[in-house]
Design a protein around this ligand. Structure first.
Ligand code: APR
Length: 237
């Protein structure tokens, strides 16, 4: 076994206390998805959308990475047989805070703003809105949350395809398998035919049948145990 690719979803951050999207206490409960997670929603009520993400950003500061994020960071630093890549659908920065370096944020990042005029992407710590100026071009009325909304193309898709092509072990953690293209990565892995695949989840995802193995439980328990097994070179299947 050589390269390991890990796809993470909201379930890995659930153990840090952040709500997932589709479980009962989901993030959308108080808002319509089309209002806060589409470009049309942003166009029609910018204040609502800025407020929504400003609140999330400030809320996320109350939480920290859990044992699962820490274990994945340990995997990246201690695994010597190949490359470990995390592709995350999460917009929190728990993987980075836990020490992971090779992380692809395919759905964007909560702690970043993007300028629609010059396309500059930059870190933001506190709130921002229409009146905030782009750090690079200095214009106002041009910033949006650096979040991939429904109907928008996820980021780094060419890089992700290259990563999937070179994967020997694919691991999906805490993702419901309903939002594409991420939900389609397991089918792509099967098409390529090179990698074995494992799902770690609290309950089986929509794509569970395509995985070679399933480990059920909370990420904070299953992920460290799984990482130990990989690092000890134990048989996983
Ligand atoms: N440990 C492991 N898995 C968990 C845990 C936990 N403690 N708690 C919940 N889960 C699992 C659920 O069983 C479910 O499969 O996490 C998954 C959460 O699913 P979603 O809320 O649909 O999150 P995700 O798959 O990341 O959503 C994908 O949808 O709206 C978008 O852009 C958003 O990135 C997000 C994308």
């Amino acid at each position: 076994m050589k390269n390991i690719t890990i796809l993470t979803g909201a379930g890995i951050s659930a153990d840090s206390g952040l709500a997932t999207f589709r479980d009962n206490d989901g993030l959308w409960n108080n808002h319509k998805v089309e209002d806060v997670a589409t470009y049309d929603g942003f166009k029609s009520n910018k204040k609502l959308v800025y407020d929504f993400y400003n609140n999330l950003r400030s809320e996320a500061k109350n939480y920290k990475p859990n044992e699962a994020h820490v274990a994945l960071s340990r995997l990246e630093s201690e695994y010597k047989d190949g490359k470990v890549t995390i592709i995350t659908q999460n917009v929190d920065d728990f993987h980075r805070l836990a020490g992971s370096k090779n992380v692809i944020h395919m759905h964007g990042e909560l702690n970043k703003a993007r300028c629609e005029y010059c396309l500059n992407v930059f870190d933001v710590d506190g709130d921002f809105d229409e009146s905030t100026k782009c750090e690079k071009c200095g214009k106002d009325h041009v910033l949006r949350p650096h979040i991939v909304w429904f109907g928008e193309m996820p980021l780094y898709m060419a890089l992700i395809d290259e990563v999937l092509n070179n994967t020997d072990l694919f691991v999906a953690i805490g993702t419901s398998g309903v939002v594409y293209p991420a939900a389609g990565f397991i089918a792509r892995i099967k098409q390529i035919g090179k990698a074995k695949a494992v799902e770690l989840n609290l309950k089986k995802s929509e794509t569970n049948g395509l995985f070679d193995k399933y480990l059920e439980g909370k990420a904070k328990t299953t992920v460290p145990a799984f990482v130990d097994k990989v690092l000890e070179g134990k048989d996983l299947f």
